[in-house]
Structure formats: C-alpha cells, structure tokens
Design a protein. Structure first.
Length: 198
C-alpha cells in the first residue's frame, strides 16, 4: 500500500490501515467514494472482524449527505457538537489543557508535527489515531519500535479513548458513527491487550 514502509508485516500494515480509517472518519465527514469503499468491507472472524463488518453494513445503509449530518451534529453543532473529541476535554474537562501540551512534546520528540492545513489541536482523537498509524507503518521514516508505539498509546490514547468510543457507540440517531465507535472501541481494546504483553 502506498505510504507504508517496505517490509512491514501484514499484521502491522492492517493495524495501521484500521487506525487510518477510523482517524479519517473522525477528522472529517466521509466522501461518497469513501462510503462506497467502506460498504464493500465484509469483516472477518472475531470481534474486530465483526466490527469491520458492522461498519461495512452501516456504510451500505447510508450516503454522504446522511453521514455528514451525523458528523456535524456529533462534532460541530451550532455552538458545540454532542461529543468533544479531544484528550484534554476527556481527561481534565477543559480544552487545550495539559494533555495537549504532553502530545505536542511527544510529537516534537518524534519529529512529527501538525500539518499546516489541519485546524484541530493535536490532542484530537483523529490526530492521535493517525499518529499511531504513522508510528506503525513508518510512512515518514522508519516504523517506530513497539516500545515507542506503546509509550505513545499509553500516554495519549489509553487513558481516555475507550470512553470517547463508548460515547460515540451510544450516540442517538447516528448509526454510521455508532459503527465507527464500535470499531474504534475494539481497536483500542485489542491494542491495549497486545501492548500489555510488550
């Protein structure tokens, strides 16, 4: 796949793809083309396969306009969306608080930075998931070690992402994004279990 480091094993390539898929759906409403591609996903065995299949079915039952309405209601709203997808908010109750400072410090240490076209602070859930994908697949250099991936995950995702994805999974009248929440929740659970063995 374009952007992935040569020699990346299949399991890590798939991890990175799932992180990027969930990140892209949380960064912006999906295009009709992306919804069409997601609708072809049939999943596979196990909880992760079930969640991928569920997202595929949810994509097959929606279109870009409905997905945008869900996204806008959940994350934009008139003054604020129903959910606030920032580590600072979930961890401290305030925006742009200590968790954001910690993320920026780690990104600087890793040689990564927010793109100039990205308006959201670096502790947005989409930015954190995309960073994990980059650390796994090494699209901007060599893949990070398992220990470095663990450090980033434990510091910036594990303390709060499960609560965010549970909230998303339970969002009323948002079947597509509820399926995104289900996939995100399973991803975080599987990663936490795997990293516990490192």
């Amino acid at each position: 796949m374009r952007g992935e480091a040569a020699g990346l094993n299949e399991a890590d390539a798939n991890r990175a793809r799932i992180y990027m898929l969930v990140a892209s759906l949380l960064a912006a409403p999906p295009s009709a083309g992306l919804i069409g591609r997601i609708a072809t996903l049939s999943g596979g065995q196990g909880l992760l396969g079930d969640a991928i299949g569920g997202l595929g079915r949810a994509a097959g039952a929606t279109d870009a306009a409905r997905a945008r309405r869900e996204y806008d209601r959940l994350f934009i709203g008139l003054s604020r969306g129903e959910l606030v997808p920032y580590a600072s908010y979930y961890r401290t109750g305030f925006l742009q608080d200590r968790p954001l400072i910690a993320v920026r410090s780690d990104l600087k240490r890793l040689g990564l930075q927010r793109g100039p076209a990205v308006p959201e602070p670096e502790d947005h859930i989409a930015a954190l998931l995309e960073t994990m994908a980059v650390l796994i697949d090494g699209r901007f250099g060599a893949p990070a070690s398992e220990l470095e991936q663990l450090r980033f995950f434990d510091s910036h995702i594990a303390p709060w992402a499960d609560r965010f994805f549970d909230d998303l999974r339970q969002a009323a009248n948002a079947p597509f994004y509820a399926a995104v929440g289900a996939l995100g929740a399973i991803l975080v659970d599987i990663e936490a279990e795997a990293f516990a063995l490192v």
